[in-house]
Ligand binder design. Structure first.
Ligand SMILES: Cc1ncc(COP(=O)(O)O)c(C=O)c1O
Length: 405
């Protein structure tokens, strides 16, 4: 079979593959603990469900504008006013099939083959492949000081004549790091000066801890006119626990939104009207579930960090937000893929190998599940990895015997 060069350059999404693996193992009856997940476990907001049910009951679900139904765009405009203190026009907004599609059509609208897109590492698994899907070249940049916090210089050093865009994701998947206001201000100024697109992936912007407040990029932008190359990406997946609804959006200049709409129009004719109604319901509805989700995640983060800190050999940086923790396990095993496979095989704990995010020796652990999953998951990992562990571990009535060193 002859596949395109682009198709051959793209891997399956490792996180989606892991979800499938968890489902298969559970079906077999294995006592799996999934610390690799990327979605909150709370229910979707009732306002979202009621809005979708109302639309469904009408029995009239039709084609709609490719850039989103007016009702959702209105809700996004209001949201942007509330959280970004900025009034945008409907022509500056596109609703897409998740933040993922919003990012994808933005990249397709700005990239020519061989152009480069820079993003700090560790990075969200999809950025490199999304850039490759456009025939362009991903340029991950690892902060020189070895932390999760890039400095402008790290990025500046990699900008060349082919650089077209920079992607910033803060709070960050996988590290949970929230970049400083100073860095955000610097990168905005830098991209404006160098005439680069700057894509701010804000999908976790309200899931922040320790009193940290979301950072509004518009506050630092000098150019807020229609020539601005700042693109804000957001969506309902994480903050509203609506991952399966697949609704996200982008805010950008009119010309770019028009180009993105043309692309999206041919790809999908826009996201499902029903799910757009649900997203509008969530954005316009009662907001208290978000604060309770945020508080739950902050508490879960604290528990996970305590568990990991009692784990000799593991190095961990406290996440500022999201529901991920990116911990250094290289003292046990340098290959994160091997380590992740080992943990599934021996103790049925699912983790995502750091290599998928550009960092070897690390594992991404999620704390969006239950406290029991977090504590028991880390306990099992400790048992498997610590050579001084007792020889046996019981999971329910299942006895595991440590037959490795
Ligand atoms: C950093 C980042 N951006 C975008 C997305 C995609 O969000 P959505 O589910 O809305 O497509 C994710 C999902 O994991 C993510 O972690």
């Amino acid at each position: 079979m002859s596949l395109s060069q682009i198709a051959r350059s793209i891997k399956a999404s490792p996180t989606l593959a892991l979800n499938e693996k968890a489902a298969i193992l559970r079906e077999k009856g294995d006592p799996v603990i999934h610390l690799g997940g990327g979605e909150p476990k709370s229910r979707a907001p009732m306002d979202a469900i009621m809005a979708a049910v109302g639309a469904l009951n009408s029995g009239e679900i039709r084609y709609a504008p490719a850039d989103g139904i007016p009702e959702l765009k209105k809700a996004i405009i209001r949201y942007t006013e509330e959280f970004y203190n900025r009034k945008v026009m409907p022509e500056n907004v596109i609703a897409s099939g998740g933040a993922k599609q919003a990012l994808m059509v933005a990249l397709q609208a700005i990239l020519n083959p061989q152009e480069e897109v820079i993003f700090p590492s560790p990075y969200w698994v999809s950025y490199p492949d999304m850039v490759r899907l456009c025939g362009a070249i991903p340029v991950p940049v690892k902060p020189e000081d070895g932390t999760f916090y890039p400095r402008l210089k790290d990025i500046e050093d990699r900008v060349g004549s082919y650089t077209k865009a920079v992607i910033i994701n803060s709070p960050n998947n996988p590290s949970g790091a929230m970049y400083s206001e100073e860095f955000i201000a610097d990168i905005i100024e830098f991209c404006e000066k160098r005439d680069l697109y700057l894509i701010m992936d804000d999908i976790y912007h309200r899931l922040t801890f320790d009193g940290k407040k979301l950072i509004n990029s518009y506050k630092f932008a000098k150019n807020l006119s229609e020539t601005s190359k700042l693109i804000i990406i957001n969506g309902v997946s994480k903050v509203y626990a609506m991952t399966g609804f697949r609704i996200g959006w982008a805010i950008a200049n009119t010309k770019l939104i028009e180009a993105m709409t043309n692309i999206q129009g041919h790809q999908t004719s826009g996201p499902s009207v029903l799910l757009q109604k649900a997203a509008a319901g969530a954005l316009n509805g009662i907001q208290s579930p978000i604060e309770s989700l945020r508080l739950t995640l902050e508490n879960n983060r604290n528990i996970m960090i305590d568990c990991l800190r009692s784990f000799e050999g593991v190095k961990v940086t406290k996440p500022d937000g999201t529901f991920y923790c990116f911990a250094d396990f290289s003292a046990y095993e340098k290959s994160s893929q091997k380590l992740s496979n080992f943990l599934i095989d021996k103790v049925q704990v699912l983790t995502v190998p750091g290599a998928e995010f550009g960092w070897e020796g690390y594992l991404r652990l999620s704390y969006c599940g239950t406290i029991k999953d977090i504590t028991e998951g880390i306990e099992r990992m400790k048992w498997a990895l610590d050579p001084n562990s007792p020889n046996e571990l019981y999971i329910g009535d299942r006895k595991l015997v440590r037959d490795w060193t």
